[in-house]
Design a protein around this ligand. Structure first.
Ligand SMILES: Nc1ncnc2c1ncn2[C@@H]1O[C@H](COP(=O)(O)OP(=O)(O)OP(=O)(O)O)[C@@H](O)[C@H]1O
Ligand SMILES: [Mg+2]
Length: 136
């Protein structure tokens, strides 16, 4: 797996979510994802960045463009140092929210992306990694 490019956006203020959206849109376009897939990735990134801001007391989004023999892909890592998610399985269910939201952010992001992993602990915070691939 080759790393083609990478970068990072701090998520401190609510307006940083706009920067995340713009950065992800540009990066996803670089690997030749179609318009629909770019929109899927941007929508997922927006939800995950909002969670970092709302529940994680802020953090960061790191993006990486990857290339293997068969595919190019975009990997996004959302990291915060917040209180963590006590029950990840529950948080991934449609409609579960502790913040009066729709509870569709995490399950929606999972559906929109090809891969998603969630790691969380009260000591370290929460890390969500998502990937989207395009065959070459
Ligand atoms: N980064 C995070 N740190 C701590 N808890 C989180 C984090 N992200 C999500 N959660 C927990 O998981 C729940 C589900 O998240 P999800 O994004 O699916 O829904 P929501 O943010 O509550 O509502 P919506 O995204 O639809 O507005 C949240 O209510 C919150 O309890
Ligand atoms: Mg959410």
């Amino acid at each position: 797996m080759n790393l083609l490019d990478e970068g990072s956006v701090a998520i401190v203020e609510e307006t940083d979510i706009v920067t995340v959206r713009q950065t992800v849109r540009e990066a996803a376009g670089q690997i030749g994802l179609g318009v629909t897939d770019v929109t899927r990735v941007v929508t997922a990134a927006s939800e995950l960045a909002r969670n970092v801001f709302k529940y994680g007391n802020g953090g960061s989004m790191t993006w990486k463009l990857l290339e293997s023999e068969f595919a190019k892909g975009i990997e996004l890592t959302f990291q915060d140092k917040g209180p963590g998610i006590p029950d990840i399985e529950q948080a991934l269910q449609d409609g579960f929210s502790t913040g009066g939201g729709l509870g569709m952010g995490l399950p929606g992001a999972k559906k929109l992306m090809d891969e998603m992993s969630v790691d969380s602990s009260p000591q370290i915070g929460t890390r969500v990694v998502v990937r989207k691939w395009r065959s070459i």
